[in-house]
Design a protein around this ligand. Sequence first.
Ligand code: NDP
Length: 334
Amino acid sequence: NTQILLRARPVGEPAAEDFSIVSSEVPTPGEGEVLLRTKFLSLDPYMRGRMSDAPSYAAPTALGDVLPGATVAEVVESRDPSRAVGDVVLAYGGWQSFSVAPAAHTRRLDPSVAPVSTALGVLGMPGFTAYAGLTQIGQPKPGETVVVAAATGPVGATVGQIAKILGCRAVGIAGGPEKVAHLTELGFDAALDHRAPDFKDQLKAAVPDGIDIYFENVGGHVWNAVLPRLNKFARVPVCGIVAHYNDTAAPEGPDRAPGLMRHVLNKSLLIRGFIQTEFVRDHEETFLAEAAGWLADGRLRYREDITKGLENAPAAFNRMLRGQNFGKTVIEVS
Ligand code: NDP
């Protein structure tokens, strides 16, 4: 069993020495458990938080432990009647080639609905995050303007496309001309490159009626450009601030908090953070049914960025945080 362990807590961008790749015995499943061979491992920005011991909504990964992560895996041994050898399931196997899990903690996947890797992206946690944050916090109404950054990633692309399905105007922000072109193909009404020197002006021109919903994925200079364009009663679901995950110190410059609070007050803004798990119980089933339908009728599309080989996970993870991924980051393990 090949495993990637957290060896040291990264400072800034994770370095190769922060991980160790080891080989261990394939584990044995107990009663009610299954042995899983990992086919695909999901890499997600939240994993940067688990590598750190700064206070967060979830406990950090202990040094020497296998890094966590969602996996699509094949059952190779089953000690539970609900799962058969050969079943493909969604699990939380982590950065390793084999894992053991209680059968009840896995979800069987139907490859006739969509390629099984989508259970890690558009039909999985990131897609659900987009759906829940946009519909439950964003409360979109037809005709409103929705802006999202990291817009070619699994969360952002899904936000923009669901916004369109719900009758909104969708403006996507991404890094580089290739990604911007892809947003237009996906049906975004406007697509902007946040690395362009005149990005602020481009944003102003792209939202002539202001912004009603800003789905916050990134923070940083994108948020600074968005804030003055928010309309009265705008909603800001705060999903992530990936531009800051490798930060080692507070940004330099004046304290911006009073300026932010002035906007919040004067424009009656709703800024509401969330972790997708809070919505799972009430909304996941509806999401899975709706998203499968949208996928089938072509209104919801997705793109994956697949790297072969578990040993390449640390490098692929860094590429994602730098914006060098193009679509949902997945490691093809076997
Ligand atoms: P992505 O695949 O979109 O990868 C992250 C992207 O962030 C990069 O590709 C890059 O896109 C963009 N980015 C990185 N640095 C910057 C920067 N300085 N300025 C602007 N953009 C930057 O990731 P996901 O779709 O998986 O996740 C998107 C966000 O959603 C993350 O913040 C993540 O933490 C959050 N999330 C939150 C959840 C929750 O429950 N709250 C659950 C799941 C995800 P580009 O090249 O286009 O700039």
